[in-house]
Design a protein around this ligand. Structure first.
Ligand SMILES: [Ca+2]
Length: 134
């Protein structure tokens, strides 16, 4: 029997891994080792006027004709919290055409032509402050 699950990119390779908490047993880490067939972008939010982690920020990623919506959340499953970073699947696209971040403070930040396959840190009202490609 399992009581909690967290979703996170445990090994920072761009895909989601899962940690399952088992009742009376050791946790199980399910590493996604299938290899990335598609492109991705992982976004960490840093609030300035909003809370420090940007929890509650709504993110819209426009990729070609697709529009994908995300929210920065903490807590997810029983006594568990998933990765606070937002993982955006890009399919075959090598960039996000437009990234709109609506912060809890009502600040809206727009980023354009954000390259794929990297971890970015976005600071409220400032933009990308860190960019790492694994
Ligand atoms: Ca991973």
């Amino acid at each position: 029997m399992s009581r909690g699950a967290t979703f996170a990119d445990y090994d920072n390779d761009g895909d989601a891994d899962i940690l399952v908490m088992n009742l009376g047993g050791r946790p199980q880490l399910l590493r996604n080792e299938g290899g990335n067939q598609n492109h991705w972008l992982t976004l960490r939010s840093v609030g300035t006027r909003s809370n420090r982690d940007g929890v509650g920020a709504r993110i819209t990623a426009i990729i070609g004709s697709q529009r994908k919506n995300y929210e920065v959340k903490c807590g997810s499953s029983y006594l568990s919290s998933s990765d606070i970073r937002v993982q955006i699947g890009l399919g075959k696209s090598l960039k996000v055409d437009r990234l709109e971040i609506r912060w809890p403070s009502k600040q809206v930040d727009i980023l354009e032509n954000v390259a794929a396959n990297r971890f970015i840190v976005v600071k409220e009202g400032v933009g990308i402050i860190s960019e790492i490609s694994p």
